[in-house]
Every structure is written in structure tokens, then in C-alpha cells.
Design a protein around this ligand. Structure first.
Ligand code: ADP
Ligand code: MG
Length: 234
């Protein structure tokens, strides 16, 4: 299968020094839904931020769709990020005084001209066609996360990066959001999703685990044992 992301001995060291990522090598095929698991502080967000071109590695390389990210200038990197990845965070990062459709248009604004029709269409894709004019405070947590997913989708990125997307959601909203991820996966998006929730992780095609910044082997049967809800459903 065609490979969309390749990490070659990727390391990230913060001043301290803190080795947040330690020589991680990994290939992600196009269309794969991959879960990044591991304890708090194991380097999951650091990995996602590097994939999202929000930060640069200390050592090693990231290839995305054949482009070596490290060779891009800041301006090129910004453009590449807008065209290639959609970012979804645990904290929704919505602008409180803007409506749902305006929040989605804001992502578009950084990319090209704001287009209300495209923003509305992205919101319809996540089941929020009837919430276009609502402000974040008028939306449930699950609905706010769906606005964030719409915002990530509006530039039609190949790769979706999600950092604990269900971390602030109750079980019912978690299911709605994971159903949308399933739909995006079925539509062919590549998804890299950070989660420490075993039964969310079990929805992905594959799981990797970080331990003190290092990639370690993950045993699916341990996860199934820790995720009775998912085990019951399957
Ligand atoms: P996780 O998302 O798995 O909880 P992180 O990737 O956020 O872990 O953090 C990994 C390690 O790197 C932690 O020890 C954290 O304190 C450290 N770290 C993360 N970001 C920074 C930063 N900007 N500056 C300094 N240390 C950081
Ligand atoms: Mg994190």
C-alpha cells in the first residue's frame, strides 16, 4: 500500500534536557487510521505537533507524501501544513464570539478567501447543518468538537491529526465523534489519533505506544481486556 507518512529516527529534545521523542521510526500507509497511545508525558502530543508541522524535530526526518518536511522554509512549511493536514485538539480552540460557520470560515481565511458555502458544507458533513449560527457557548461539547472537525476538513486535507479528540467528551458524544472518524476513515482519510482510552484506540486499524518517547510493542489482547465496552460491541 502507498505510504503517506514516514518517520525516520525522529527525536525531539526540549531544554532541560527533556527527551520527548527518542528515535522514532514509523511508516503510515495512506488511508490508515492509527492510534497513538501511551501514558501522560510519553511524547504523544510532541509527535502529533511534529506531524502537524507545528514544531520541528531535533533530529531525524519526516516525509509526508514524498516531501521531506525538514527541507521546507517556514513559509513553505506553513503552506504545506494548510494543504496537507487538518488538526483537531482536545481543547476545541473555538473563537467564543463567532458562530459555528464563522469559526469554520476562519480556518478557510488562513488558507484562501473565506467561503461560507464550503464552511456550511463541512458543518453538514459532521451533522451540524442546523447549527450554523450557534456560538460555541450555545453548543454541547460534542457539537463543539464536531465544529473543530469541520474546521479541520474545510481545506480537504489528506491527513487528519487528532490529539485526544474525545478527552473532554462524555460517552454519548464520544460515540458521535468516533462515528464521524469512522466515516472519514471510510472516505479514505489518513487519521493519526492520540488517545489514552483503550476502547477508543481499539477503533483504529493499528495502535502504536510511546513510553518515555520511545516506540514500544503494543499487545492488542491487553487493550481488549482493558476495554470491555469495545469488546462487548465486537
Ligand atoms: P503526552 O502528550 O504524551 O502527554 P507530551 O508530548 O506533551 O506528552 O510531552 C512529552 C514530554 O515533553 C513531557 O515530559 C513534557 O513535559 C515535555 N514537553 C512537551 N512540550 C514541551 C515544551 N514545549 N517545552 C518543554 N518540555 C516539553
Ligand atoms: Mg498530550
Amino acid at each position: 500500500m502507498h505510504e503517506i507518512i514516514r518517520l525516520q529516527s525522529l527525536s525531539k529534545v526540549f531544554p532541560g534536557p527533556v527527551v520527548a521523542l527518542d528515535r522514532v521510526s514509523l511508516a503510515i500507509p495512506q488511508g490508515e487510521w492509527m492510534a497513538v497511545m501511551g501514558a501522560s508525558g510519553s511524547g504523544k502530543s510532541t509527535l502529533l505537533n511534529l506531524l502537524g508541522c507545528l514544531d520541528r524535530p531535533t533530529e531525524g526526518q519526516i516525509l509526508m507524501g514524498g516531501t521531506s518536511i525538514g527541507e521546507l522554509t517556514e513559509a513553505q512549511l506553513t503552506g504545506f501544513r494548510r494543504e496537507t493536514v487538518g488538526l483537531i485538539f482536545q481543547q476545541f480552540h473555538l473563537v467564543p464570539y463567532l458562530s459555528a460557520v464563522e469559526n469554520v470560515m476562519l480556518a478557510q481565511y488562513f488558507h484562501s478567501l473565506a467561503d461560507e458555502a464550503e464552511a456550511s458544507e463541512a458543518l453538514a458533513r459532521v451533522g451540524l447543518a442546523d447549527r450554523l449560527r450557534h456560538r460555541p457557548a450555545q453548543l454541547s461539547g460534542g457539537e463543539q468538537q464536531r465544529v473543530c472537525i469541520a474546521r479541520a476538513l474545510v481545506n480537504q486535507p489528506k491527513i487528519l491529526l487528532a490529539d485526544e479528540p474525545t478527552g473532554n467528551l462524555d460517552e454519548a458524544n464520544e460515540r458521535v465523534v468516533m462515528d464521524i472518524f469512522q466515516q472519514l476513515h471510510d472516505d479514505g482519510h489518513t487519521i493519526v489519533m492520540v488517545t489514552h482510552d483503550p476502547h477508543v484506540g481499539m477503533l483504529a486499524d493499528r495502535r502504536i505506544e510511546l513510553e518515555h518517547g520511545r516506540l514500544v510493542t503494543i499487545h492488542t489482547h491487553d487493550l481488549v481486556a482493558a476495554a470491555p465496552r469495545t469488546a462487548d460491541q465486537s
